[in-house]
Design a protein around this ligand. Sequence first.
Ligand code: CP3
Length: 339
Amino acid sequence: MNLADSAFLRACRRQPVPHTPVWYMRQAGRALPEYHKVRAGVPMLTACATPDLIVEITMQPVRRYGVDAAIFFSDIVVPLKAIGIDLDIKPGVGPVVADPIRDAKDLDALRPLEPDDVSYVTEAIEALTGELGGTPLIGFAGAPFTLGSYLIEGGPSKNHDKTKAMMYGAPELWHTLMERLTGIVLEHLRIQIAAGASAVQLFDSWVGAIPAEDYREFILPHTRRIFEGVAGVPRIHFGVGTGELLGVLGEAGADVVGVDWRVPLDEAVRRVGPGKALQGNLDPALLLAPWEVVERKALDVLRRGRAAEGHVFNLGHGVLPSTDPDQLKRLTDLVHEAA
Ligand code: CP3
């Protein structure tokens, strides 16, 4: 099948689809026994720099579930590691940064990203587009706010207190940091598109911590620049806890706005405004409940999703590691077979 005719790309463009397309954030990874098998003894960031492993892990959920899109196996901190930031991904914790960014001189560490820094990304995507055939590949990057939070806090944070202290207390430094990260993110997305990614998703996982008015002042100009810079392929914008931000996220320029499980999709349509497709939004924790519950809730998501100009079925956040892959297989089939 022609890539451009895939249900996923058509839904992103708000065109009629033969069935609602479905993929899952974090579909590649710890819920899959075949993932544990190939990752055994290989540190996360080593896996992310090894083309053979990237290709295999990206393909695993496509083979098992028959999802409508693949997402490139990597992590949001990979381009930061690639420009020489001293960081690691600690199992069960997340990204940890050795020398957090706190003042202007720390910004020197953030040099621009060059294609050669991530040649393994280009190599893996070129191999993947061959293997995937008619299934689109989604490239991705972390958004400047979420990346900035890891860099400023030095690791995962509940309150993002140091991040907010810089944003509100040193706005000039904040905007310079956001500009540097925007340049890196933009280049990283362009590299993935040049290598063959058919769509891109910007993960602003932690931006739900910021009120809309402050998003507009401190973050929107930067996310706008990113989406303007990658026009040409469908662009997806995702964050968690963004119910109050859906309107302003709609202004940032993406084609598709991701919605977490807190806001029903028909209500999200109203908040995001016209001219957008929506992606979401089954609660990933629901997959731990009996199938009958999953089925009822998934059909409700599909029903409400019909209010959107385009709907890409997904979870409201990533697949939890304890998820039974058989539930995701049944869910994929349900979405494909639903009228
Ligand atoms: O299938 C896919 O979605 C593609 C792979 C992917 C990973 N990370 C693999 C991964 C993607 C898209 C990401 C993005 C990412 N990384 C985000 C945005 C998405 C989100 O969940 O909000 C964020 C915030 C990160 C930072 C990060 N990296 C966290 C919080 C963790 C989990 C730490 C843990 O162990 O609980 C990671 C590590 C990570 N990234 C793993 C995987 C498969 C687990 C590491 C492992 O398997 O050893």
